[in-house]
Design a protein around this ligand. Structure first.
Ligand code: ADP
Ligand code: AMP
Length: 223
């Protein structure tokens, strides 16, 4: 079962993808996490991507397409399934993904979009903290770690605040989302069903809706 989770920055894609990937045994492919790992290594790809990421712009399609398709094909060739988070973010990326998967005989079983309003997103992202090791996501007030500043699951590992989670960069990312990523939903809506989940609901409720959806993929229930 290969899936795509979509939604604006801060919609809860990473949070839900981690839960779902664990539950269903999927490989979580987060384009943002993969890029941040490359930035940390200061690889050529990371250096090229960094200047776009810090200012909330999208990394060029040619970099993203080869990077993510490479990871997805690796997962499939080793017999696994993936959960794409943060890709595709442009119609060109969605088209490239369709073409490549058609050639490789790979199918996407479900696409889920989390709907969240901008005010909630700004509040969430300006309080977000992330574990650099396990990538678990926290919020300084709403889902704070047990020991302030440290990951619950990775002893001694300090949580990070992302450079692009300042209010100014978040507003820019929301603008980029509206102009460039929202059209991807229309691209898919013309071809296949996209399931919309209210991402403003509490995490466990969102996770339950997602679980109902993924369970339905194996049955005849239609969403
Ligand atoms: P995305 O991957 O879509 O950018 P994240 O999963 O990183 O979003 O979540 C962004 C922030 O919102 C984090 O601080 C996270 O703890 C918080 N968050 C995620 N889902 C919910 C939710 N359903 N309710 C409240 N806060 C949430
Ligand atoms: P995210 O972790 O999904 O919020 O992504 C962080 C940043 O990485 C984005 O603001 C972009 O600069 C870059 N990025 C992640 N995924 C993509 C993508 N599919 N296309 C272009 N840029 C991306």
């Amino acid at each position: 079962m290969n899936l795509i989770v979509m939604g604006p920055p801060g919609a809860g894609k990473g949070t839900q993808a981690q839960i779902l990937a664990k539950r269903c045994g999927l490989t979580h492919l987060s384009s943002g996490d993969i890029l941040r790992d490359e930035v940390k290594k200061q690889s050529k790809l990371g250096v090229d991507a960094q200047s776009y990421m810090v200012r909330g712009a999208l990394v060029p399609d040619e970099i993203m397409i080869s990077m993510i398709l490479g990871h997805a094909l690796d997962v499939c060739r080793s017999g696994g399934s993936f959960l794409l988070d943060g890709f595709p973010r442009t119609v060109a990326q969605a088209e490239a993904l369709d073409l490549s998967f058609l050639e490789e005989g790979i199918s996407i079983e479900g696409i889920v979009n989390f709907d969240v309003d901008n005010q909630t997103i700004v509040r969430r992202l300006t309080g977000r903290m992330v574990c650099p090791n396990c990538k678990k996501v926290y919020h300084s007030q709403e889902s704070a770690p047990k020991m302030a500043g440290f990951c619950d699951d990775c002893p001694g590992v300090k949580l990070l605040v992302r450079e692009d989670d300042t209010e100014a960069v978040v507003l820019k990312r929301l603008d980029v989302y509206d102009k460039t990523t929202r059209p991807v939903l229309n691209f898919y809506a013309d071809k296949r069903k996209v399931v919309h989940i209210d991402g403003r609901l509490p995490k466990d409720v969102v996770a339950r809706h997602l679980e109902e959806f993924t369970d339905s993929l194996g049955s005849s229930k239609v969403f």
